[in-house]
Design a protein around this ligand. Structure first.
Ligand code: FNR
Length: 376
């Protein structure tokens, strides 16, 4: 730990430290419409704010006099060991933050041993990203298409062929949230044609279009990305069509977690989409304990929305998560410094997590269920 602190003091002041500093720097780098799209929440932005405030309402009750000279913060998920509990949330259209977009983020994730979750609406195609990190862990996030499920099955098949290790179906986006910042700035990345990487590479999607001009492609994507009729039946169908683990992202209710178990889903991501979908919903850290109680360790639980520091991750892990995803923090790292920026953000998270674990008296994440976290 002394090493960590010395390192930061001596030569690490060229990159921001706190989330707020990264965000401010990213705001200077990004186009206003793109930054507004990334940073804002839905509606009154209650949930976007609550996500972060909620972490402060949980308090760690640390243990003393445990040997913490070696802290192991590694986790295992779906048969693979990772050196830290962090994953990168699927974020679409990362070219809005940096011209190298997902390619830079993927390389950063791979170099830090972190799984990279590729969005359906990534700028670069899932194959291009896979080629950039042949051995790095990558998972594919699916926006299920209700207009043409065959497009979804085709994408899942492509992901499996390209070496992706899991499929994540996002279930809190039956339609886009009510986002006033984007309405005001008249910013709609999809309708401008961003995020078409996976679609234009998809033979089933391209064949379904009346023509291949810009407008037909964009209209096709906008139709395919919506899935208001999605139910557990379709989740079961995706599971049948792949041998990869299937996770659902966007679960907040313990009964939905129980449904996930019933339908044989392999993992749950407790998330409110960073407050970008339904405003006024519970913070994901507050939704976690009841979900963990129902799931009882049968399948892994991951969490995102509002994780801004190592200590937030430790609270989530102590309350029952098996891993933690970060969204906007890495996107801002990408905007500020490309691949190196994402690596720095991850490094900060890992270092603070290590310090937090040691100061809590925890040498190993497997002991974390014994760490007392109370409403404080
Ligand atoms: C997202 N998110 C998201 N989720 C998803 O399943 N597919 C996607 O394509 C996107 N795209 C996306 C774009 C942008 C700009 C943001 C900020 C978020 C949601 C994302 O995966 C994650 O749930 C939240 O970002 C987590 O919250 P924090 O860490 O940003 O607070």
């Amino acid at each position: 730990n002394r090493d960590i602190l010395m390192k930061n003091i001596s030569k690490e002041t060229d990159f921001p430290l706190s989330f707020e500093e990264w965000e401010q720097k990213a705001a200077e780098k990004m186009m206003p419409g793109g930054f507004g799209y990334a940073s804002s929440g839905a509606g009154r932005e209650e949930t976007a704010k609550r996500n972060q405030e909620a972490f402060s309402k949980w308090a760690i009750v640390p243990r003393m006099l445990n040997d913490v000279s070696k802290v192991d913060m590694g986790i295992s998920l779906f048969g693979r060991r990772y050196p830290s509990p962090f994953l990168l949330s699927p974020i679409g259209m990362q070219v809005l933050a940096h011209e190298e977009g997902e390619l830079a983020t993927a390389k950063a994730a791979a170099s830090m041993g972190v799984p990279f979750l590729v969005s359906t609406v990534s700028t670069y195609s899932l194959e291009e990203i896979a080629a950039a990190i042949p051995t790095g862990s990558k998972w594919f996030q699916l926006y299920y298409s209700s207009v043409n499920p065959e497009v979804s099955f085709s994408m899942v098949e492509r992901a499996e062929k390209a070496g992706y290790e899991a499929i994540i179906i996002t279930v809190d986006t039956v339609m886009a949230g009510w986002r006033e910042t984007d309405m005001r700035s008249q910013f709609s990345p999809l309708s401008q044609g961003y995020g078409k990487g996976n679609y234009i590479q998809d033979p089933v999607f391209m064949e379904s279009l009346p023509s291949h001009d810009h407008d037909s492609i964009v209209t096709g994507i906008l139709e395919n990305i919506q899935h208001p009729s999605l139910t557990w039946k379709e989740i079961a169908e995706v599971k049948k069509r792949t041998s990869l683990p299937v996770l659902v992202k966007g679960i907040l209710h313990p009964e939905d977690a129980e449904m996930a178990l019933e339908y044989g889903v392999d993992g749950i991501i407790v998330s409110n989409h960073g407050g970008r979908q339904l405003d006024g919903v519970i913070a994901s850290i507050d939704a976690l304990p009841a979900i963990a109680e129902r799931v009882k360790g049968k399948i892994p639980i991951l969490l995102d929305s509002g994780v801004r520091r190592g200590i937030d991750a430790v609270k989530a892990l102590a309350l029952g998560a098996n891993g933690v995803l970060i969204g906007r923090p890495f996107l801002y790292g990408l905007a500020v410094g490309g691949q190196q920026g994402v690596e720095k953000v991850l490094e900060r998270f890992m270092q603070e997590t290590e310090v937090t674990l040691a100061l809590s008296g925890m040498a190993d994440l497997s002991e974390l269920s014994r760490l007392k976290v109370v409403r404080g």
